[in-house]
Ligand binder design. Sequence first.
Ligand code: ADP
Ligand code: MG
Ligand code: MG
Length: 211
Amino acid sequence: NDTISLDQLTGWLTRFRDLVTEQVSYLTELDSAIGDADHGSNMTRGMGAVVERIQASPAGTVDELFKGAGMTLVTSVGGASGPLYGTFFLRVGTTAGPVGTLDAPGLAAALRAGLDGVVARGKAEAGDKTMFDVLAPALDAFDDALLVSSDISSAAGAAYSAAQTGRDATEALLARKGRASYLGERSIGHIDPGAASTSLLFQALAEILVK
Ligand code: ADP
Ligand code: MG
Ligand code: MG
């Protein structure tokens, strides 16, 4: 597929809601080791509210879809992840604009703007042990795959693969942002919860494009 439709993007958010819900205990367990044990419930509550909103009033354009999702996350999730994922989706929406489909470069640009939003908000750098350590390599892999082929599905597969590698690599890192940073050396040896949920975001994208 050379383009992704509003329906598929809606399916992406729905699938992400399903995955964080299925893995709520795993995300909570990761956050109980180096945080405050609420990442599973934060993501499940936030994405639950996003999907409810979409079902109550389906978006007419891609920007409406993601701006609605971003606003909902910012307002329904109290933790760090609410404003961070919220800003991600808001920027994705703003950059996508009032369209009904995105082509591969359009999706890549929107996702990249989302990452820039996360950085503007949270100031995370590579190796700080945050969701950035999944988002950045996943988007780099997405862009690299598009240099070879304009197929969004294979680019999403490459992004998901890089996301899993990035997630696993957070285990060895010392946290420099967020609650986990209060633990200093004791944050080493645990996968970052936000990195794990961001990997699910790319799993969801890869999965809905395969169908
Ligand atoms: P809280 O830490 O407020 O309880 P969550 O548990 O829902 O919020 O989310 C924690 C996750 O947020 C972390 O695992 C990390 O990936 C991400 N995070 C925290 N601070 C930042 C930041 N400054 N930049 C990027 N990501 C961050
Ligand atoms: Mg937490
Ligand atoms: Mg919290």
